[in-house]
Structures are given as structure tokens and as C-alpha cells.
Design a protein around this ligand. Structure first.
Ligand SMILES: [Zn+2]
Length: 389
């Protein structure tokens, strides 16, 4: 992860990169701040920056072999340590789940992680811990020479789960092997041994601002403006929570959209009319959101076709449908559908008759799917959709 991929934190990013540039990086850092903020992401970006072979003044290059491994969380000199469940369990046993969780969200919450480890039912009740075996493993790992580039980095997430086992790490922090950087990422400094804290440089990382969460929801997750305002307000600085709320809402939205899309694909009039009536029972705002989601969805179909490596921002069912459609549709068909959605957005905002508008959209999307009257679609007058008073 590059610093540039993390929204906000300009001052903290500048401080961290300056420490690296001026070669005054401490052996051990604590990045402390509330759940759902950017502290873990900043730790990941710092580790990548330190190991990058071609860094700029203020960020890793994102492209060298080292960055490419760091980006996938498989760099052999970046060690991860995080709480697990049960005795005799160490982080290394759960690296696949850890990478998956980071790919899902670097703003990760403790509950989400516990659920990923223990399953939906048990997640909240199981005790996360960083045990004796994990501490010994860390000491052993950091005693080896680095594999590639000189530096070895350990990122330990949530050291508050060490309890008294933290004592085992004191010597390591006090007299670390050469070229070793230890980054603790914590939400509760008051739960960490004071002797451990006093041996590290503490950097406080604040919560995300309302503005940043709002922009992130809008730009990265395709959430409509008014919805993004509400969610950003509810999330109260926690970007992970904001993502979760947005996801729960969009999964209802996605379901309604996919049902409508299937009806258009089958092209049976009764099915299409039924779907249009469903859409029109919603408020004007919900109808706009439906169109907005459609634009977002077909944008993702295009990405699936031409830029598959770009992150897909749809839920699992919608992603699968987008993948299928990318295989079936030509680029000019996708383009025309996007144009249809954009036009409908315009007309809906100008008080078009909503049933006519969605029925017309359904019929035209069906035609585009089947390449029927393909050339005529935009030659039909659209003014009939407007209620001219
Ligand atoms: Zn690089």
C-alpha cells in the first residue's frame, strides 16, 4: 500500500516519510488511534516505503518488485503479527485470512477480524490474544537476516492483546537486531505495558474526518451524495463502519437492480412491467439511486472487460453478474446502456413521468442486449418522457 492510497493524514505522512529520508527512524514505533482509522494502513505504507527500491521523496514507487510483494502482503521482510484465537496458535497459521482481510479493508475492525477467524456465530465471544508462542516466534524471526533489502519490518496489530506476555518483547525492542523496524498499531494504549510504551516512539493517528469519509463513500464506493452524507455522519470517523453500512444498504439496492436487469435480459413484458412497478413504489430519491447504481454497475462491467485488475466495488452477486455481462456484451453495447442511464437521470431530475421513464429504459436495455434496432435507439424522441405542463 502506498501513502497515496490512504485518504487524508497529510501531516502524519509527511512526518513518517521525512523520518525515513533523514534516516532517523526509531527502532520501534506505536501508531495509536481509534478503530476504523488509517493507522494500520499508514503502518503498511511505511513498511513498503522503507523497503521500496525506487522511492520518491515522500512515497514508495508502487511498481518495483519489493512494492509488488508488499502490495500483496507477501514481502518476506514484512512480518505480520496479530491477535488469534486459542492457545498454541500463532499469526503465521492465519496469514491467508489476514491477507484477505487487508485486501477487503485496511481500516479493519477487531470484531470483523474475530469473525473472520471464528465464524459468524462465535466471532464476538471468542477471546483474541497474542500469546507466548507468538512472542517467541517474533523474537526468532527478527533474529534472522533480512531476505532481500536490508530492512526487516514487523507490524504488530493490536498489541493490547499481549497482556503480560509483552514483557517477552521488551529486550527485543530495547536492543533490536540491526536494521529492524517494529511498528505497533494499537487502539488502546492504556492496555499496553507502560514499560513497552516507554521504549517506543508514540505517534497518535486521529479518526478520519467527516469530509474524508463522505468523499470516500462517494468516489470509491459509488454511494450517492445524500446517502453518503448520512452514512458519514453515522460512522463518526470510523471508515470501516462506514463501509459496512454502505455495503448493507447497497446489497438491498443491488438485489433490486439485478432483479430488474434479469427481467430485461429475459425480455418478457409482464416481468419487466412488474419490476418497473416495484421501482416506482420507491421515493424519487430511491429511483435516482437506482439509476446511479446502474451507472456504477455498468462502469464495473466495463472495468471487468478492460481493466480487470482495478478493484471491483460491488457485492459478490453483482460482481458475478458483471463478470458474466462483460463476457456477453460488446463495448458499444455497454456504452449505450451507460448513455441510457445517464439520460434517464437527467429526465428524472426534470420531473419525467417515472413509470414511462423506467418502462422505456427497460425496453431499450432489452433491445441493446439483443442488438435489436440497435442503431435506432437514440433516434427516438425522448421528449415524450417529460411531463410538459
Ligand atoms: Zn517500490
Amino acid at each position: 500500500m502506498q501513502f497515496a492510497a490512504i485518504p487524508g493524514y497529510d501531516r502524519q505522512k509527511a512526518n513518517l516519510s521525512q523520518m525515513v529520508r533523514e534516516d532517523r527512524l526509531p527502532h520501534a514505533l506505536i501508531l495509536a488511534g481509534p478503530e476504523g482509522n488509517g493507522k494500520l494502513a499508514l503502518a503498511l505504507a511505511l513498511a513498503q516505503f522503507v523497503l521500496c527500491r525506487n522511492p520518491s521523496e515522500s512515497d514508495s514507487c508502487g511498481a518495483c518488485p519489493s512494492c509488488s510483494k508488499a502490495n500483496r502482503y507477501i514481502h518476506p521482510d514484512i512480518h505480520f503479527s496479530f491477535p488469534t484465537i486459542g492457545s498454541n496458535v500463532v499469526s503465521d497459521m492465519h496469514l491467508p485470512e489476514w491477507r484477505e482481510a487487508l485486501n477487503y479493508s485496511p481500516w479493519l475492525s477487531k470484531n470483523f477480524w474475530a469473525t473472520a477467524l471464528a465464524g459468524e456465530k462465535e466471532g464476538g465471544n471468542k477471546q483474541l490474544n497474542l500469546n507466548k508462542e507468538e512472542c517467541n516466534k517474533i523474537i526468532q524471526k527478527l533474529s534472522f537476516k533480512s531476505f532481500e533489502s536490508g530492512y526487516k519490518v514487523l507490524i504488530q496489530w493490536l498489541p493490547e492483546h499481549l497482556g503480560n506476555e509483552g514483557n517477552r518483547l521488551l529486550k527485543l525492542i530495547e536492543e533490536p537486531p540491526e536494521k529492524t523496524l517494529i511498528i505497533f498499531v494499537t487502539e488502546q494504549t492504556d492496555q499496553i505495558l507502560p514499560t513497552l510504551i516507554s521504549r517506543c516512539q508514540l505517534i497518535k493517528i486521529p479518526a478520519f474526518s467527516y469530509e474524508i469519509i463522505y468523499q470516500y463513500l462517494k468516489d470509491k464506493l459509488g454511494v450517492a451524495e445524500s446517502e453518503a452524507q448520512t452514512i458519514a455522519f453515522m460512522a463518526d470517523g470510523n471508515l470501516f463502519e462506514a463501509m459496512q453500512i454502505a455495503e448493507a444498504r447497497t446489497s438491498d439496492e443491488a438485489r433490486a437492480f439485478l432483479e430488474w436487469l434479469r427481467a430485461c435480459y429475459k425480455g418478457i413484458p409482464a416481468g419487466m412491467i412488474h419490476q418497473v412497478e416495484e421501482i416506482c413504489t420507491g421515493s424519487k430519491e430511491a429511483q435516482k439511486q437506482f439509476l446511479f447504481y446502474g451507472i456504477h454497475f455498468f462502469g464495473e462491467v466495463l472495468k471487468q472487460k478492460y481493466a480487470k485488475d482495478l478493484a471491483v466495488q460491488l457485492n459478490a452477486e453483482a460482481t458475478k453478474t458483471a463478470e458474466n455481462l462483460a463476457g456477453l456484451l460488446e463495448v458499444d453495447q455497454i456504452d449505450r446502456i451507460l448513455q441510457l442511464f445517464n439520460d434517464r437521470f437527467f429526465y428524472l431530475e426534470r420531473n419525467a413521468n417515472e413509470k414511462l421513464l423506467f418502462l422505456d429504459l427497460s425496453i431499450k436495455v432489452k433491445k441493446v442486449f439483443r442488438k435489436e434496432n440497435f442503431a435506432d435507439i437514440f433516434e427516438q424522441p425522448l421528449t415524450g418522457l417529460l411531463n410538459i405542463k
